[in-house]
Design a binder for this molecule. Structure first.
Ligand code: F6P
Length: 358
């Protein structure tokens, strides 16, 4: 059995843990007859036939090693049919590499964009199995993606650290979490870290409500106020703009990110001292937490099981705690958003957390 693996898009904590599970399961189940080709830097390695042979030994530390031992890169799906600078056509070259190596299947560890390309390669006749990677947890068709729980842990600890200094100085901190266009990380970490205000793209905000929540904190005797904002959060006014108008607005933005805009307005509208905190790419860094190791391992086992059964064209997923498979064509191109009326949002509101909308 000849098996390809690649990691694509932004990295996250449990990529090596996932590859370890695939390699270990297939090696065990085939009595070490499976051969592994790890393509370098995502789809680029597949386009240019750049790979390293992988063995179980390469992934011995996979459970604890963050990043990806294969390297990764982004190859936007909307440009998939545009030739590369040197004229190379991406899809035909990827198919050629797969066929020349005589692969039986290719495991693609990626997020939304990568899954669209995975679906395209599957349509072209390659045996593809995708695995849901991203700290953003925005992959449609699965309740969980690997990388997510580690990112929540990092942001929660970041809030803990900020809280001590914010309390000493009696300051408001606006902390910005990643998540691209969705608010899963700030929603979970905000509740776990005890944020006073959580701002997510799915619930557009108005400054007057944020200010009211902060003022309320002070009357309750809280010295620190923590506003946790998603990098993609937007105001009610911005939410009314067309996609094109919103993009144009973002392009004109002077501030480095939304946290600075909100911090600036809080400083103007209250008498409080305000600071911005950015955990940034540390949210994708370091070792996976225990939950991510477990889920990544389950994903790897399920993917390997699919390959041994000769089943392809799906993404491994978890729904209601159970591992399952979702057809790639159903996943490609869809995002999983936070439900503004969902249980967790309701619980947070009941606790008194403000989402800045009322
Ligand atoms: O998709 C993961 C993610 O970390 C997003 O949360 C974020 O918007 C983006 O990647 C950052 O990308 P880059 O690593 O290219 O700066």
């Amino acid at each position: 059995m000849k098996v390809g693996l690649l990691t694509s898009g932004g990295d996250c904590q449990a990529l090596n843990a996932t590859m370890r599970a695939i390699v270990q399961t297939l090696s065990f189940q085939t009595q070490d007859k499976a051969v592994f080709y790890g393509f370098l830097d995502g789809y680029h390695g597949l386009v240019y036939n750049q790979y390293r042979r992988l063995t179980k030994q390469d992934l011995l530390d996979g459970l604890i090693q963050g990043g990806t031992i294969l390297g990764t890169s982004r190859m936007p799906f909307k440009e998939i049919d545009d030739p590369l600078e040197d004229g190379t056509r991406k899809v035909p070259s990827m198919i050629e590499t797969y066929k020349n190596l005589g692969l039986d299947c290719l495991f693609i560890l990626g997020g939304n964009g990568s899954t669209k390309t995975a679906n395209r390669l599957s349509d072209e006749g390659l045996n593809i199995i995708a695995l849901p990677k991203t700290i953003d947890n925005d992959t449609w068709g699965t309740d969980l993606t690997f990388g997510f729980t580690s990112a929540i842990e990092i942001v929660t600890r970041y809030i803990d650290d900020i809280r001590t200094t914010a309390t000493s100085h009696g300051r408001v901190f606006v902390i910005e979490a990643m998540g691209h266009k969705v608010g899963w990380i700030p929603l979970y970490a905000g509740i776990a870290g005890g944020a006073d205000v959580i701002l997510i793209p799915e619930i557009p905000f108005e400054m007057k409500h944020i200010v009211r929540a902060i003022n309320h904190d002070q009357t309750e005797g809280e010295r620190a106020s923590i506003v946790l904002v998603a990098e993609g959060a937007l105001s009610k006014e911005e939410a009314k703009l067309s996609k094109k108008e919103y993009k144009a607005r973002l392009a004109k933005r002077q501030e480095p990110s939304v946290a600075y805009i909100i911090a600036d307005q809080i400083a103007r509208l209250t008498s409080r001292e305000v600071r911005v905190g950015l955990p940034g790419h540390s949210q994708r860094g370091g070792s996976p937490d225990a939950q991510d190791r477990l889920f990544a391992t389950q994903c790897g086992i399920e993917a390997a099981r699919g390959a041994l059964e000769g089943k392809f064209g799906f993404m491994v997923a978890q729904k209601k705690g159970k591992m399952c498979r979702v057809p790639l064509e159903d996943v490609a191109g869809k995002l999983k958003y936070v439900d503004p009326k969902g249980e967790l949002v309701k619980e947070a509101r009941y606790l008194g957390i403000s989402f800045g909308d009322k």
